[in-house]
Design a protein around this ligand. Structure first.
Ligand code: CP
Length: 319
């Protein structure tokens, strides 16, 4: 049981707050478990039987929330959808008090999306329950990056040695941050491209290259992760239009075909803003892994939930 290949033996955390600090063996163990769930639905084993999982989404979501709900249900657990606007948060109750009250109802898993960086980590430090980050301000979105990389790995057969270009609003993107951390850990060369408003010096230090020129950045790319402009996080009006943006930073089949590797694939975490950051031709075309990402997200979330549950059992058995 001492092997690093056994994720549950080493994953002693009760939470998944971010990918920072996870090593390649931790990441590969999650992929291995997701692969098992994908290949053999009978391996699901109802790992969450009898468990209540609260889905607390304080920002909008379609894919992540639904995907976690499917994952919890496939593992035999019950998901409780917490509707913030119809909750006592509206009357001034704190999120910590909300968690404590849900714990009193028997909830032990909290899957949380929140607009403010660090809140999920802070809750996890004050509670014995398990917390899974489903989007933490501009900080991390770990399960999105895990499903992105899982999908890319299935498409390319490897991550090590790939040139992965992330294009768009990187500054405000928790998806980009989690992807950069994990892709680098797995040996990919990560490059960033976007207008200077969406880049920062801090990002420059994290990656192999950074540029404002999309055509040049695309050269030799094996994969491109396209990001939408996160208008909800902008503090100031942009000094370019959506049309200008598409002209300079929009991904199109023509552009990818001309500059990237012939078998370059396209990822996008969604939601798409068509003809702003990506053309419909590319998003719906043969290079696109976008709907495969969504499909794979369920297996990744099942893997994370089941591994956390196993680690809780292991922690309990070993005092
Ligand atoms: N990728 C992602 O987080 O999508 P949702 O906002 O729809 O959950």
């Amino acid at each position: 049981m001492s092997s690093r290949k056994n994720f549950s033996a080493k994953w002693t955390r009760k939470d998944l707050i971010g990918l920072k600090g996870l090593n390649s063996e931790d990441l590969n163990a999650i992929f291995k478990r997701a692969e098992k769930f994908q290949k053999n639905p009978a391996s699901q084993n109802l790992k969450l039987k009898g468990e209540l999982a609260a889905l607390i989404f304080l920002e909008a979501s379609t894919r992540t929330r639904m995907s976690f709900e499917v994952a919890v249900n496939r593992l035999g657990g019950h998901s409780l959808i917490f509707s913030a606007q119809a909750s006592s948060l509206e009357k001034g109750e704190t999120l910590l008090d909300t968690v404590k009250n849900l714990e009193a109802l028997g909830v032990r898993f909290f899957i949380i999306r929140n607009g403010e960086n660090g809140v999920i980590k802070s809750l996890s430090e004050k509670s014995p329950s398990s917390f899974i980050n489903a989007g933490d301000g501009t900080n991390e979105h770990p399960t999105q990056a895990l499903l992105d990389i899982f999908t890319l790995k299935k498409s390319k057969g490897k991550i090590k040695g790939l040139k992965v270009l992330i294009v768009g609003d990187i500054l405000h993107s928790r998806v980009a941050r989690s992807n950069i951390l994990a892709l680098k850990e797995l040996g990919a060369a990560v490059f960033l491209c976007g207008p200077h408003e969406f880049l920062s010096d801090e990002l420059r230090d994290l990656v192999a290259g950074i540029s404002n020129n999309l055509n040049e950045s695309l050269i030799d790319s094996d994969a491109v992760l396209c990001l939408r402009i996160q208008r909800e996080r902008l503090k100031e009006e942009l000094n370019f239009t959506a049309r200008d943006y598409f002209q300079n930073f929009g991904l199109t089949e023509e552009r990818v075909k001309k500059y990237a590797k012939p078998d370059c694939v396209i990822l996008h975490p969604g939601p798409l803003n068509r003809e702003v950051e990506i053309s419909s031709e590319l998003a719906d075309g043969p290079r696109s892994l976008i709907l495969r990402q969504v499909h794979n997200g369920v297996f990744i979330r099942m893997a994370v939930l089941s591994l956390i549950k196993e680690s809780l059992i292991s922690r309990k058995n070993h005092g």
